[in-house]
Structure formats: structure tokens, C-alpha cells
Design a protein around this ligand. Structure first.
Ligand SMILES: [Zn+2]
Length: 335
């Protein structure tokens, strides 16, 4: 039997990344990354997606007709069934764009569309830190917080296809306002960007920190500088970071109660802070808040761990979404 390959494209308001994954060992081949020219509008960006897919396939040493299909991970809200991106906050002017149909038409390959958080979660389940479990929840800590849910081996999209928006899970009723219109969403506290924003707010309110000079000099403060200050024992950095870990733990408790996955995977640049600074405190705060119903010798709580595919989770997962669509019987013209 001929080797099987899938093409994956992960696109957002900043970059379009494409790659080819070999089905047999889920190895990523032929990667391409270009800047999203979002001012060009949806037709232009869809053209860029088609181009990037073609370049990735060529870079992998293949012809387009040698890939079983193309998977696209996109910001939502969107419809997997219809292959349409309804709109996205980072790409102005997008309205019910038939992305999957356009890509399929231009490439001649069956194409499937998934929410980018779902695709990345699927990537970790298919080829990363979730390969050995049946159920996992994935949280990527970036500008916002993207999420995905795999339950008993199935990707959970939700009855209205827009579930698993874990960044907009409310962890503090009546809390900080979120760009989505709700208040107290997880991402308003615990995303990398919002952690930095909460820190800068406290600095500007006059709280002392080793990073005050940096801020006065107009230099950016990201979660990376804050993590370094935490490692150095800076009081303000420790307080803000501790809150981030607390809210992540709150989210993990709710996830454990609703989904009860085997594993909760944390991803995104912020996990560079490492086990001691990030994972351990989240696990500790989780244990403090978690239910006290215990059965001797039985593990009922999810393990909280780091994802393993880094920035490639989106592309690998989008490619894996082709295999998923074949298994689900939803990939048009699948061979
Ligand atoms: Zn929100």
C-alpha cells in the first residue's frame, strides 16, 4: 500500500503555517510559514492558504495528488460541517467564508475545516502528549486562551459546533471584562497577554517591582520577563503569577468536574516557564480546590501536564483532522 500523507494548514490573523504529515509515523515534513496579509480580505487570504498548502506539499517532495486531503485549522466561530468560517476577531471583513470549498476547488483535494484550538488539541492527541490517553483537554496560553476537548477518543465540537471555547469559561463571576462580552473569562486572567497586562496595571498603580525601570523605559513586559522576575523572587511578579496559576487551577477543577479527562495539557509560549514555576503551582492549587471525595487507590483526577508539539501542534493537528474526517466519513471524495 502506498504511503499516506495529509496536508495541514494552521492560519490566524498573524501567520499562515502549512506542513505535510506522513500518516505512518505522524512525522511533520515540508513546513512553510507566511505572514497573513489580512488587509487583502478573505479571498486574498484564502489564496495565501492555497499557495502555502502547495508549497508545503512541494517542499515535502510530493505532488498535490499524493496527499489524501487538506485540513485547515482556523479561528472561529466556524462550521466544520459547512466548511465555513463565520467570522474571526483577528480578520476583519470575514463573513461566512466557504474556506474548505475554495481550497478543495483550487487544489483538487478534499478539504476539512476545524477550529484552530480543536485542531491543536487533536494534534496533541494524535501525535503528541496525549497519544496514550482517551480523553484530554487542551489549553493554549497565548494572547487569549485556545482550547480543545477530546472525549473518549472523539473530538468534541459541540452540538452547535462551537464548544470547547475554554478561554471563555467563566472563572470569576462578575470579574474582568473580556473582549467576548462576558466578564471573568479564564483568558482575562491567565493568558500570557493578560498576565502581563495585569502585571503592568499593578505597576502603574504604584506597586514596586524589579521590572518597574523596564516599564518606565518603554520596554515591553511579557509573561517571559514576569516568569524571570518570579524566579528571582520579585514580590509583585510572584503575586500576579500566583493568580494566573490559581485561575488555571480553578479552570482545571471545573474541567475535571464536567469532562473528567485523563489529562489536561497546557500549551503556548508561557509553558517555557517550566515545571517548577508553572506546572507545580497549578497542580498544588488544583489539589487544594479539588473535591475531597477520594477512593483509596483510585485516580479520579486528571493529570495536569505540558503539551509536547509546541508551535507545530496546529499544523500537525490540522493534518490529523484529515484522518479524523476520513474516519468520521465526512471528507468529501476521500480515497
Ligand atoms: Zn471571554
Amino acid at each position: 500500500m502506498a504511503e499516506r500523507f495529509y496536508c495541514g494548514v494552521d492560519f490566524g490573523g498573524t501567520n499562515i503555517k502549512a506542513g505535510v504529515v506522513r500518516a505512518a509515523d505522524r512525522m511533520l515534513l515540508g513546513q512553510v510559514s507566511v505572514e497573513t496579509e489580512r488587509q487583502g480580505g478573505p479571498e486574498h487570504v484564502i489564496g495565501q492558504i492555497i499557495l502555502a498548502a502547495g508549497q508545503a506539499v512541494a517542499k515535502a517532495g510530493l505532488r498535490m495528488d499524493q496527499v489524501a486531503g487538506i485540513g485547515i485549522g482556523s479561528p472561529g466561530p466556524l462550521s466544520h460541517k459547512r466548511g465555513e468560517v463565520y467570522q474571526t476577531s483577528n480578520l476583519p471583513g470575514w463573513r461566512c467564508e466557504p474556506v474548505a470549498a475554495r481550497v478543495a476547488e483550487a487544489t483538487g483535494r478534499p478539504t476539512t475545516l476545524e477550529n484552530d484550538g480543536n485542531a491543536a488539541a487533536w494534534g496533541e492527541f494524535w501525535a503528541g502528549a496525549g497519544r496514550d490517553v482517551d480523553s484530554l483537554v487542551f489549553l493554549t496560553l497565548g494572547t487569549g486562551i485556545g482550547g480543545g476537548v477530546i472525549l473518549e477518543g472523539r473530538l468534541v465540537r459541540g452540538g452547535r459546533e462551537n464548544g470547547a471555547e475554554l478561554g471563555h469559561m467563566i472563572v470569576q463571576a462578575g470579574g474582568r471584562p473580556c473582549s467576548c462580552g462576558q466578564a471573568g473569562c479564564l483568558e482575562t486572567y491567565a493568558s500570557a497577554y493578560k498576565t502581563a497586562q495585569r502585571f503592568v496595571e499593578a505597576l502603574e498603580a504604584g506597586e514596586p517591582s524589579v521590572l518597574a525601570g523596564r516599564h518606565r523605559a518603554g520596554l515591553p513586559i511579557t509573561s517571559k520577563e514576569i516568569a524571570e522576575a518570579v524566579a528571582g523572587g520579585d514580590r509583585l511578579a510572584c503575586r500576579i503569577w500566583d493568580e494566573t496559576c490559581y485561575y488555571l487551577a480553578v479552570a482545571c477543577v471545573s474541567i475535571a468536574r464536567v469532562i473528567n479527562p485523563d489529562r489536561v495539557l497546557l500549551a503556548g509560549g508561557m509553558i517555557a516557564a517550566g515545571e517548577r514555576l508553572l506546572l507545580s503551582p497549578v497542580r498544588e492549587k488544583f489539589a487544594e480546590q479539588n473535591w475531597k471525595l477520594r477512593c483509596e487507590g483510585l485516580v479520579l483526577e486528571p493529570e495536569i501536564a505540558f503539551a509536547s508539539l509546541g508551535n507545530n501542534a496546529g499544523v500537525i493537528g490540522a493534518a490529523g483532522a484529515v484522518e479524523l474526517a476520513i474516519e468520521e466519513g465526512t471528507l468529501a471524495n476521500a480515497e
